[in-house]
Design a protein. Structure first.
Length: 165
């Protein structure tokens, strides 16, 4: 005769383990999906900000300050670009400049370059702290697990500006 009571206990344990794994997978996919969406919003902003800043690089002494202001204007005002489905303002923006005609040729990115007239490349990095729910368990192991960043590089050409990276 088979003792079915012992088998019922195993099914309960297996179901609990499967439920925990299923919930962990669902939570992970929710947080990763949210981070992907935030990255997409930040990437759209950094692309637009880099192009806007590159258009201001005209070789004059005031070009760097004009480019810095132009990259920040997209994050402020009534029509500001936002992240987290358009609810949070983009506040952590770093704009740097480099000389040269290609990204490979320019390895030095400066916030305040010495010869502003020679700068033709602009890099805009936008960073935001994602509001995570399930991935918080990894915070003790990696402090910046919530940070999402996007970077764009634009170059000023003779006629206009274009995204390079």
């Amino acid at each position: 005769m088979v003792d079915y009571r012992r088998e019922r206990g195993f099914v309960l344990i297996a179901t609990c383990i499967a439920l925990v794994i299923l919930l962990a997978t669902a939570g992970l996919s929710i947080d990763l999906g949210r981070m992907y969406l935030i990255h997409s919003e930040l990437q759209a902003f950094s692309d637009a900000a880099a192009l806007s800043a590159a258009l201001k690089l005209d070789g004059s002494g005031q070009a760097i300050e004009s480019a810095r202001i132009a990259s920040g204007e997209l994050a402020s005002g009534p029509n500001a670009m936002r992240w987290n489905l358009g609810t949070e303002p983009i506040t952590d923006i770093v704009t740097t400049f480099a000389k040269g005609d290609t990204v490979a040729a320019s390895t030095i990115w400066e916030v305040l370059p010495k010869n502003a007239g020679e700068c033709r490349l602009v890099r805009v990095i936008a960073t935001a702290k994602a509001p995570l729910v399930f991935l918080r368990v990894f915070e003790p192991f990696k402090a910046d697990v919530q940070l999402v960043a996007a970077s764009s590089i634009a170059m000023k050409t003779d006629q206009s500006a274009r995204l390079v990276e």
